[in-house]
Design a protein around this ligand. Structure first.
Ligand code: FES
Ligand SMILES: [Fe+2]
Length: 350
């Protein structure tokens, strides 16, 4: 799937790079979700962010995110087990405890353990039911994580959909999430209306962290099959907040002041594979099983999968002359323009 990899010799870089090094360094400054908080225990879980294999585990409830490679001979710690005092490497039994520090070398129990044996750890925090990580942010800096409206609001229910793995570039996925012209074509089985294809004009506004867009239309959002709850000519406002590079929140304004916010946080595992996380807040249907909400949202993401996994080129062309655009693409054109302004390559994630 990955078109090319560039081997590196710098231990701070992934061994195999699917990103241009220039783009990788820019991307590595940002924060991305890497796991559902509810999946993380003291036992090691392996994942990947920007080509970097990561291991996640807990010691006395403290979160540790480290490079998933033993400093001794490069075996992934995610193959090992936590014995209560740390994660034990499968190969020679080195053990890594709090802060990723090596606290045992079984072959040389008397030898003082050099710092060279400690794991390389990364800045990580839990927020919105997710574990967020940055590969180059300072560990003591305030994490620059996009805002999720109503996450702390007691009037709202907070839920976190199961993760979804998609074989595409995160930029293509995010762009699909903010695309308002595809509802009738891709989502007729869930919320789109095949009769309602025209896209009214809408506005975008640049912000400190990206841009926002307000889209007002007659396209509803209830599961198809439910009645539209007695609001014939209701105009639906979809308010998007895009936090560059790969996160957006969508607040959907339902009839009777009901609202749903869905965060689309696309985590770039490699240039061609994305792990999608989606926390949701809503102030209605709070008594319904959360599984129904998961199922409805996962069905929508599955409908999108066919599209984003087949788009060519796989990269996101930031040079606007490389694809054709119409007025309904206002958001995606803005997205590409701002990514380019941030310094990403014209063939982003080529
Ligand atoms: S490779 Fe991990 S202990 Fe040797
Ligand atoms: Fe979609």
């Amino acid at each position: 799937m990955n078109s090319k990899t560039i081997p590196t010799f710098n231990p701070d870089l992934p061994v195999h790079m699917t990103f241009e090094e220039h783009d990788w360094h820019l991307l590595a400054q940002y924060w991305y979700p890497i796991a559902l908080a509810r999946d993380i225990t003291d036992q090691p879980t392996g994942t990947m962010l920007l080509d970097m294999p990561l291991v996640i585990y807990k010691m006395q409830d403290k979160l540790i995110v480290a490079k998933d490679a033993c400093p001794h001979r490069g075996v992934p710690l995610s193959l090992g087990k936590n014995d209560g005092q740390g994660v034990v490497c499968r190969y020679h039994g080195l053990r890594f405890g709090s802060g990723g520090k090596c606290n045992r070398i079984p072959a040389h129990p008397e030898q003082k353990i050099s710092e060279r044996f400690n794991l390389k750890t990364y800045a990580a925090v839990e927020r919105y039911g997710l574990i967020w990580c940055s590969l180059t942010a300072a560990k003591d800096a305030e994490p620059n994580i996009p805002v999720m409206p109503f996450w702390e609001d007691a009037e709202y229910q907070q839920l976190v959909c199961p993760k979804v793995d998609i074989q595409c570039f995160a930029g293509r996925q995010l762009e699909g999430f903010i695309d308002v012209a595809h509802f009738a074509w891709v989502h007729p089985e869930t919320f789109g209306d095949p009769e309602n294809v025209e896209v009214p004009d809408y506005t975008t506004t640049e912000t400190d962290y990206g841009f926002s867009a307000d889209y007002i239309s007659g396209v509803g959002r209830y599961p198809i099959g439910l009645d539209q709850r007695g609001q014939e000519d209701f105009k639906w406002l979809r308010h998007f907040e895009i936090s560059l590079p790969f996160t957006a929140t969508l607040t959907i304004h339902f009839p009777n002041d009901a609202k749903q916010v869905i965060m689309n946080a696309a985590s770039p595992m490699t240039a061609r594979s994305t792990r999608l996380f989606a926390p949701i807040c809503r102030n209605y249907d709070k008594d319904l099983p959360v599984e129904d909400a998961y199922e409805f949202n996962l069905k929508i993401f599955e409908e999108d999968r066919l599209i984003v996994e087949n788009q060519k080129p796989e990269y996101l062309p930031l040079d606007l002359s490389l694809e054709a655009h119409f007025p309904a693409d206002r958001s995606s054109s803005m997205y590409r323009k701002l990514l380019r302004k941030m310094g990403f390559s014209p063939l982003f994630a080529a």
